[in-house]
Design a protein around this ligand. Structure first.
Ligand code: PLP
Length: 368
């Protein structure tokens, strides 16, 4: 069968290896596997979330509330916006898809950083759109501006903080950048890790409400998958002008969020203390990785997120290191497919990190 010819150069997204696969392949017991490959919350979800899912478990036979007003109201209050400025997606992934479906076509271009979240490129290619990347791995707004003028993209993605590298633009610089972009170009600010960055450094804190007051062409994305510990429930959100939200609603399928996901997200928002504790632990635990890197002379990128990226030098090879750890039941992320000899490690619990660092020490001391 022939398919759309523009799908030919799409690589299927390589999600962090699921635990089940490692169980099958290496015969390691599930409880002995440490998964630090998808930036999930190592402390799980709030007990309030679990309670709420249990209490609502009898509602599986009826369709969810498609207005999603309970969750929207809770989010609108927290973010100080109106519900008309909100759309909920099955993960913020789905909102990336919505905004591209609404805005691009095979004649369009989108502009992204060279090394950033893979789904921008994958979704753009679903629509046959050309993807322009700035030269630097990290976000460089001078390059973005130059390429914006040169290529006239319909959509620009800024990932702040950036996955899989961990760096984060200052929010003031983002605002200055958007001010130079014309109104008909959609600027998407992906804030999947904003809770972490805002905690570490106020200069990184993005205020979606003031952004959308100043600019009608900005879409801010947030998610419950990271700091709020709901990766398995698939809930994310977009904040934007009413004009953009209405366009996104035209491409949204009905009932895109399940009943249990909706109640889980509401409960997660109510337990901010749980999220905060995880964020504080994250940066405390990250120090162990930074100290290890300094000791072993490994380059790392200062991280504003819940992962750290080690950039390796010969003879160290990211693929070999990932395979070695995998055999020991530890799943981390290889960045070879991004053209980097680097690994991305989600910051785990203290116990997990000690084990990972012990294994890494074996490798770096043996060959270093
Ligand atoms: C994890 C992640 C998302 C979205 O995750 P969902 O689970 O789909 O909400 C979006 N952007 C970046 C950069 C991410 O790392």
């Amino acid at each position: 069968m022939r398919f759309n010819q523009w799908l030919e150069n799409i690589a299927v997204y390589e999600a962090g290896k699921p635990i089940e696969e490692v169980v099958r392949k290496f015969g390691i017991k599930e409880e002995d596997i440490i998964k630090l490959a998808s930036n999930e919350n190592p402390y799980g979800s709030s007990p309030k979330v679990i309670e709420s899912i249990k209490q609502n478990s009898t509602k599986a036979s009826v369709y969810p509330d498609d207005s999603m007003l309970d969750l929207k109201n809770a989010l609108a209050t927290k973010m100080n916006i109106s519900v008309e400025n909100l759309i909920i997606g099955a993960g913020s992934d789905q909102i990336i898809e919505f905004c591209l479906a609404a805005k691009i076509n095979p004649q369009s271009k989108i502009l992204i950083a060279r090394t950033t979240f893979a789904m921008y490129e994958i979704y753009a290619k679903h629509f046959g759109t050309e993807v322009i990347k700035t030269p630097s791995h990290q976000h460089n707004l001078q390059e973005f501006l130059q390429y914006y003028h040169q290529y006239k993209p319909d959509v620009i993605f800024l990932c702040a903080p950036n996955n899989p590298i961990g760096e984060c633009l200052d929010s003031a610089d983002i605002v200055d950048f958007i001010a130079q972009i014309n109104n008909d170009t959609l600027v998407v600010i992906d804030g999947a890790y904003q809770e972490f960055a805002a905690h570490k450094d106020v200069k990184k804190k993005i205020e979606p409400n003031t952004l959308i007051q100043s600019f009608s062409n900005v879409l801010y994305l947030g998610t419950f998958s990271k700091a709020y510990g709901l990766g398995g429930m698939r809930v994310g959100y977009g904040i934007s002008s009413q004009e953009i939200i209405q366009a996104l609603y035209k491409v949204r399928p009905p009932f895109n969020i399940t009943t249990l996901s909706l109640v889980a997200a509401i409960a997660a928002l109510q337990d901010h203390a749980f999220a905060l504790q995880g964020i504080e632990n994250n940066f405390k635990q990250m120090r162990h990785y930074e100290e290890f890197a300094q000791e072993m002379d490994i380059e790392f990128i200062p991280s504003y997120t819940n992962f750290i990226t080690f950039v390796l030098k010969e003879p160290h090879d990211s693929t070999l290191i990932c395979e070695y750890l995998l055999q020991k039941g530890v799943i981390i992320r290889n960045l070879k497919s991004y053209g980097m000899n680097a690994v991305r490690i989600t910051i785990g619990t203290q116990e997990q990190n000690l084990k990972v660092l012990r294994l890494l020490r074996d490798i770096f001391e043996a060959r270093g």
